[in-house]
Design a protein around this ligand. Sequence first.
Ligand code: SAH
Length: 353
Amino acid sequence: MKQDIVSLLPEELADALAELGEPKYRAAQVFRWLSRGVRDFDEMSDLSKSLRDRMKESFFIYRPRVLSKQVSKIDGTIKYLWELRDGNAVETVVMTYKYGNTVCISSQVGCRQGCAFCASTIGGLVRCLEPSEILDEVMFSQLDSGKPISHIVLMGIGEPLDNFENVMRFLELVNHPKGMNIGMRHISLSTCGIIERFDELAERDLQLTLSVSLHAPDDETRSKLMPANRGRGVDALIDACRRYTEQTGRRISFEYAMIDGVNDTANHAQLLAKRARAVGAHVNLIPLNHVEERQFRPSTPGHMKAFIKILEEAGVNVTVRRRLGSDVDASCGQLRRKMQKHSENGVPAGSAD
Ligand code: SAH
């Protein structure tokens, strides 16, 4: 079986190349090509033809293809749909902020978590992404857009903690000084709250930001919105967050999508404030993005204002996420979903706009 070369760390690459009879330094040479985004052995021009041929026998390499690229006329946000080796597709979004360019990447094709407001989970989980596939979302978003990427958010399609080992390996690869060298402090990982993985993540002692998609401070509302809450519960989630913060010294961020009449009352705000204070979390409010298949609507500006006021008066650090790329299929999962619907209607996925 051929090995996925882009998923290998330099040390592993050295071992794999040693098996082909190559000296250790060869790995540095090859890793340099890979880190520049070269995805064709024949383009590695300082390697002998014989080595390139042997590598083709031992490894596979793939360059994701752009299925669709949309550029927002409002704010320049770029939304990519990439075609993977097996014909599946994932989304990546490049956003420009004052502090640099951020890429929002997917960790799975589809998702099994079933959040009631989310487009990514509608077709369920198809498969997990390989480390190389996650890395290449960053790599080729940067190369294609010409925008140097400084920040990464794992907030695209999929639940990163349901693809734990591959996501951890991706982090090592993208953070590697000889690779893309993106600092852990510039990376956020977002989870719906797979608390069984929190301690394991804390043990890795990465300096990344853990974002927890809370969306409701009480079990009744949260279990309705997020099946991941059932059998776990908000109390256990808050405990896990507290342990994580104590162990890593890193402040957690709560994501909270404001949904009209569902999670945006004064009671919700007060309980949310209590939850946030219990772990010293920062709260990031997001006006819900309306998803065609879902009945939910975003909270009104008036309700949002009142909600923010309660949080602020309780001393909670709160921000409202700016909506970027609203003219390019908005929140993640929606572009892939659109393609799926096209294919369901008999139009091949690749031919949609
Ligand atoms: N599975 C991970 C990461 C992917 S989603 C998680 O649950 O955190 C990234 C964020 O977008 C999550 O906070 C998710 O709850 C939120 N989200 C999903 N659908 C949304 C929508 N329609 N409007 C606003 N936020 C949404």
